[in-house]
Design a protein around this ligand. Structure first.
Ligand code: GDP
Ligand code: MN
Ligand code: MN
Length: 249
């Protein structure tokens, strides 16, 4: 069956307290097995994971980093507050957030929100995905899979893509290890990060600016089996180790 991809348009500007799953269900007819992707920006706005810059007093680290990056020190403080580990300060802050995701400026956004406010990533995006999934089941009685996305830069390549920061009803990875290729070779390495592949295409449908399409539905996607250990452990992560070594030198 052909995979169908449906952008959910017609949603309002999301405010704190909005019932996002109900609003989505009002604009698209969901089916069992659908994969519903939601931009983290709108999830965060609905839940109030935003900050008013005027209410932030930057500390010494924020002021020091902001001088290098030429950013608003209050914005830098918001990034530091969202971070559990700073991997790089300049030319941009690269940091880890509580979920294990590593991203530029900790995913703190000042686009698609009023002047003077920033959107921060949901602190527990896995729980966010599970919560949306449960809400959809409650509202329309359908068993959907959910991915919370964010737009992220990549190492080695120019250009941003969508990635998954939280998911429910599926594993992050489709583990092909032990499977055989067309010639009978046993695959030793291949773990496909399916949630990121779907998030990337969702991001393409959403756009990045005024399109107003914060949710995308994928219909007729197969199921897969694997695991959720998508983040390297610090011991496995050679790039992180190299950055840490570079910091010390
Ligand atoms: P992010 O990738 O999660 O940081 O989100 P973006 O800011 O890139 O927005 C992704 C999509 O959602 C774009 O189509 C935006 O126009 C749209 N979007 C963002 N905020 C809202 C909102 O409050 N309401 C609606 N209807 N769309 C929004
Ligand atoms: Mn974002
Ligand atoms: Mn985006």
């Amino acid at each position: 069956m052909a995979i169908q991809v449906i952008g959910v348009s017609g949603l309002p500007l999301i405010q704190k307290g909005d019932d996002l799953p109900a609003l989505i269900c009002g604009r698209v007819t969901l089916e069992d097995g659908d994969i519903l992707t939601i931009a983290s920006s709108v999830y965060s706005k609905a839940k109030g994971f935003t900050r008013e810059l005027s209410a932030i007093t930057p500390g010494a680290d924020a002021v020091r980093i902001a001088e290098k990056t030429k950013e608003d020190p209050r914005f830098v403080q918001a990034v530091l507050d969202s971070s559990t580990d700073i991997l790089l300060e300049y030319p941009f802050i690269l940091s880890e957030v509580p979920s294990g995701h590593i991203g530029v400026r900790a995913g703190v956004d000042h686009s698609n929100i009023e002047d003077g406010r920033v959107i921060v990533l949901p602190p527990d995006p896995m729980a966010a995905a599970a919560e949306i999934r449960d809400a959809i089941r409650r509202i329309v009685g359908k068993d959907v899979r959910v991915i919370i996305t964010d737009t992220c830069g990549r190492s080695f390549r120019r250009g941003q893509t969508g990635i998954a920061i939280g998911w429910a009803g599926m594993t992050a990875i489709n583990d092909y290890r032990g499977d055989t290729d067309l010639f009978g070779h046993v695959l030793q390495i291949t773990e496909e990060a399916v949630v990121d592949e779907i998030a990337a295409f969702a991001n393409f449908v959403m756009g990045e600016s005024h399109q107003g399409v914060p949710a995308v539905v994928f219909r007729n996607c197969k199921a897969w089996k694997g695991h959720d250990a998508v983040y390297f452990t610090p011991e496995e992560d050679i790039i992180r180790a190299a950055l840490a070594k570079n910091k010390k030198d």
